[in-house]
Design a protein. Structure first.
Length: 69
């Protein structure tokens, strides 16, 4: 049986394994029950968080489940 593929960072051009999960939504187009997810490696978690925060999108950053699996 093949091992599951590692979680990959959502930053454009990054192929590193993600260790963070950024859950967010655009309140202008998404209802409160709609949550989008970006994955982030340690290097890009702040960049992606700041990108979304600058747009005033509600977000939370949590450890990615299975990042070490």
């Amino acid at each position: 049986m093949d091992a599951p593929a590692p979680l990959t960072c959502s930053r454009a051009g990054c192929r590193e394994t993600a260790s963070w999960r950024i859950e967010w939504r655009n309140p202008r187009i998404h209802t409160e029950d709609r949550v989008k997810v970006w994955l982030a490696c340690d290097e890009h978690v702040e960049f992606l968080r700041e990108f979304l925060a600058a747009r005033e999108f509600p977000l939370r950053v949590v450890p990615a489940v299975g990042a070490d699996a």
